[in-house]
Design a protein around this ligand. Structure first.
Ligand code: ATP
Ligand code: MG
Length: 267
């Protein structure tokens, strides 16, 4: 990664509909350069929120999608071989620490614990990142902040953050928005009218009640936006809902019937 912070700037205001005082809380946490954990189910606005906050705070944003194959080198960097010999290449975490970006580690729980611990020295008073292979200690830029996302409930005992990692972060809880806010979001994102958006939200409410009763997860705001986008393109609402609110969620025929019935109440 290169160290040019301009390429990580968010130039246009990302639309974000606040749910409560999270914008103020995050701003205060940023002022203290406190590492923050965004907790909440899939598709509820965590990524949109951090994009909005990076724009608002005028910081570059570097996002890393974490997965279980990710190594510490993928975060901090590695030596590469090229025609002129070996050359060090910073990883995204190192770049963020150098340029003073907000570094967003998405789904950090997916990473192995030996990978996760590399963030520890950045998240305490040291605010430094040791590049062991290069024998360099990178002091974080004063504007650097670390943010991670975490989907509660998807973890098992073997796959969770250690307490010593968790307790390095302040946390904000995210939930699906209330009816009015969610309809507003779906209207805005999909370009459909309020009445149509409210129907989609009502369907989601029914499905969310099925969580733990045959569904692992309710219909996310993201899927409602998808449904709205298809409807906006002229797809018949019932078909749009099938495609976006029913099929992605479950393969169980009974559960699909139940969801289809919820759709049929409104369309
Ligand atoms: N509060 C909100 N304001 C504006 N848009 C929102 C909001 N919440 C959700 N959305 C919409 O829902 C979509 C999905 O949200 P987002 O990508 O932020 O989810 P996420 O919480 O990061 O999910 P995941 O855990 O799967 O990464 C966004 O692209 C946006 O259209
Ligand atoms: Mg996300």
């Amino acid at each position: 990664m290169t160290g040019n912070s301009e390429q990580y700037r968010i130039r246009q205001q990302p639309y974000y509909r606040p749910m409560g005082d999270e914008v103020d809380l995050f701003s205060a946490a940023y002022a203290a350069r406190m590492p923050i954990m965004l907790k909440g189910p899939t598709g509820c606005g965590k990524t949109r929120f951090i994009e909005h906050m990076a724009w608002k705070l005028d910081r570059p944003l570097i996002t890393v999608a974490c997965n279980e194959d990710m190594t510490a080198s993928d975060l901090v960097g590695r030596f590469l071989l090229d025609a002129s010999g070996t050359r060090w290449q910073d990883g995204p975490l190192t770049t963020a620490a150098r340029i003073g970006a907000i570094c967003y580690l998405d789904e950090v729980v997916e990473a192995r614990q030996d990978t996760t611990v590399v963030i520890h020295p950045l998240t305490d008073h040291r605010r430094a990142l040791p590049l062991d292979k290069k024998a360099e200690l990178v002091d974080a830029h004063p504007d650097f902040q670390l943010v991670i996302s975490y989907n509660p409930g998807y973890q098992n005992l073997l796959k969770d953050l250690k307490q010593s990692t968790k307790q390095r972060f302040g946390a904000l809880d995210f939930h699906y928005p209330d009816t009015e806010a969610e309809a507003e979001i779906v209207c805005h994102e999909a370009g459909i009218d309020q009445a149509m958006a409210e129907k989609l939200v009502q369907i989601a409410h029914r499905a969310r009640n099925l969580k733990g009763h045959g569904l692992d997860e309710g219909i996310s705001t993201r899927l409602l936006v998808y449904a709205g986008q298809l409807i906006n393109k002229g797809i018949e609402p019932r078909v749009a809902c099938q495609m976006t609110l029913v099929r992605p969620l479950t393969d169980d025929e009974d559960m699909r019937d139940t969801l289809n019935a919820a759709v049929a109440t409104f369309f």
